[in-house]
Design a protein around this ligand. Structure first.
Ligand SMILES: [Zn+2]
Length: 416
């Protein structure tokens, strides 16, 4: 994996190019496509092609794919071929950013892996054996990321110490594993909201010989799912900034989770390069269409349109006026509300098509703004949406639709 910074500005983020193996260059800030069980949630590969025909970085998660490991051990073609999305790049992570990761289950030498069937425990050696079966283009190092803004100092320190122990093994095994010869390892940075712990975690990664890893994954700020949409910027941004100041410029920084569009922009302004589409998924799963504006206009916009709202049953307009996605060009709000009423799976499918289209457009607008040195202006536009107050982008669980089926059979349904 190669990463080249194209431009960098103190207050306006950075533009880069990521090249994974022989792939096309992926422009950063980049949006990874979150998957569940190896597929884009609600969408077939053909449906996804109608959203985007550009090369993507697929975010695959062990917590939704662990059962495929045995079969994959016999697979000799790229991992993206196995999941039916050939030609795309793959990054294997541990946790599903779309669903809340339960707390606990950490032990001295094992990390809990919460799957659809319950909890499993993995040692660093077992983890690396499993990753080798997947042979992804990029993968994250094993870490204890079970921390959030409320974690105690003791829990945070344990997460750092365990991650160091796990990573000592991962670094050693990475070079030996034949099936990982072409894979890039991402160094996990943990330590909750504690500056001392974060520095310690960064120091451990930076002590490794040159070439041991190709980028960073910043973990342990939240426990995934909707919780990431409620993080306080005042709490999160200083600690992220503390980390980024200590990282080299020439390695990409990934930050998984359903951060709000506004928080995503603030993280980009500080130098985070890669995010995922879990926010777009969480909105669709809760029957919300993203309607915020990222192009300068003078109209007031809301963060979402709630398709379960009875008021829209006679609105024969698209989800978002001017949107060119398949859902907006062919269907009305009234029809999608009807799909909700009748529990048709086509409802979340159309919402996912719109939300992904909208979020990919948002990231393209972010890159253009950075190139024009206008990121602060875009942030202000997204913050206010031409109203007088900051827009609330948090996603609350929609009690009308949350069910095992609506949540894409995530393990959260079983855990609640
Ligand atoms: Zn649309």
């Amino acid at each position: 994996m190669k990463f080249v910074i194209k431009s960098i500005s103190k207050n306006s983020g950075r533009l880069g190019q990521l090249r994974i193996k022989e792939s096309q260059e992926l422009a950063t800030p980049l949006l990874m496509q979150t998957t569940k069980g190896g597929s884009i949630p609600y969408l077939t590969a053909d449906a996804f092609e109608m959203v985007s025909n550009e090369q993507q970085l697929l975010q695959l998660t062990l917590s939704t794919m662990d059962q495929m490991a045995e079969s994959l051990a016999l697979w000799t073609r790229p991992l993206s071929d196995y999941v039916g999305l050939p030609g795309h790049n793959t990054v294997l992570m541990i946790r599903d950013p779309c669903e809340t990761t339960p707390a606990g289950g950490n032990d001295r030498d094992v990390m809990p892996l919460f799957t659809r069937r319950g909890k499993e425990s993995l040692t660093a050696t077992q983890y690396m054996e499993m990753v080798a079966k997947f042979a992804p283009d990029v993968y994250q190092g094993l870490c204890d990321a079970d921390t959030n803004p409320e974690s105690t100092k003791k829990r945070v320190q344990k997460s750092v110490d365990r991650t160091e122990r796990f990573m000592n093994e991962c670094y050693a095994l990475h070079g030996k594993e034949q099936r990982l010869a072409n894979s890039t390892l991402l160094a996990p940075i943990v330590g909750g909201y504690n500056t001392f712990a974060r520095t310690q975690s960064i120091k451990h990664a930076k002590e490794q010989p040159a070439g041991s890893y190709g980028g960073y994954i910043l973990e342990g700020f939240h426990t995934n799912g909707l919780a990431a949409t409620t993080l306080s910027a005042a709490q999160l941004l200083p600690i992220v900034e503390h980390c980024l100041q200590q990282l080299e410029d020439d390695k990409p920084r990934l930050m998984p989770g359903a951060f709000t569009p506004l928080l995503t922009l603030e993280l980009i302004r500080r130098g985070v390069d890669v995010f995922d589409t879990s926010y777009a998924y969480c909105a669709a799963a809760n029957y919300k269409a993203l309607t915020f504006s990222y192009t300068k206009d003078a109209v007031q916009h809301a963060a979402f349109l709630d398709l379960t709202d009875d008021e829209i049953k006679e609105q024969f307009t698209p989800l978002l006026s001017g949107c060119t996605c398949l859902a907006c060009s062919k269907h009305t709000r009234a029809y999608i509300h009807h799909l909700y009423k009748t529990h048709e799976l086509l409802g979340p499918i159309l919402l996912m098509i719109h939300n992904l289209h909208h979020y990919l457009g948002f990231f393209a607008a972010i890159r253009s703004s950075i190139a024009a040195d206008q990121l602060p202006e875009l942030i202000e536009h997204v913050r206010l949406q031409n109203t007088d107050a900051e827009i609330d982008y948090r996603i609350e669980a929609n009690a009308k639709v949350i069910s095992k089926a609506a949540m894409g059979k995530g393990f959260i349904a079983a855990a609640v």
